[in-house]
Design a protein around this ligand. Structure first.
Ligand code: NI
Length: 166
């Protein structure tokens, strides 16, 4: 699948809740996972492949280890705590990263690819990835969370990067 690049308008739109978890949706999930692994990413939200459905895939397993794909459908953060500043990147904003402040831990609810309810607590990279992907489903890209000064610097850098990549 083709990964949409910032500032594509679909990246700014809100995804709609999934109503049916069926074979068609599972095929989409498999394609999203393939696309994510191929791009060497750790997370991918449906918006990023042009589908406005509330679902994301992730795998934070270090490369070389057995993959542990996670799919979350209709995700909701029901609790969060702490605060952490870490570098983030995004498959829709290639060749760019910036530090972003976010809660350090989250409690997440949703459904897995078989429609089974999920409830999990996450910290560190996993918590960051969950929040980043959930943002996508609300039309927010991590660069939208930069301060206005940093955003101005990003815009200049991004224009240059896009020019170089044609
Ligand atoms: Ni992203």
């Amino acid at each position: 699948m083709n990964i949409l690049v910032y500032p594509h308008k679909i990246l700014k739109q809100k995804a709609r809740p999934v109503e049916n978890i069926d074979g068609k949706l599972q095929k989409l999930i498999d394609q999203m996972l393939d696309t994510m692994y191929l791009a060497k990413g750790i997370g991918l939200a449906a918006n990023q492949v042009g589908v406005l459905k509330q679902l994301f895939v992730m795998d934070i397993t270090p490369s070389g280890e057995t993959p542990e794909p996670v799919t979350v459908i209709n995700p909701r953060i029901i609790d969060s705590y702490g605060e952490e500043v870490q570098d983030e990147g995004c498959l829709s904003v290639p060749s760019y990263s910036a530090s972003i402040r976010r809660p350090a831990g989250v409690m997440l609810e949703g459904y897995d690819r078989d429609g089974k309810p999920i409830r999990m607590e996450a910290e560190g990279l996993m918590a960051r990835c969950i929040q980043h992907e959930l943002d996508h489903l609300y039309g927010i890209c991590f660069v939208d969370r930069l301060s206005s000064l940093k955003k101005a610097i990003f815009r200049r850098k991004w224009a240059k990067i896009r020019q170089q990549n044609g």
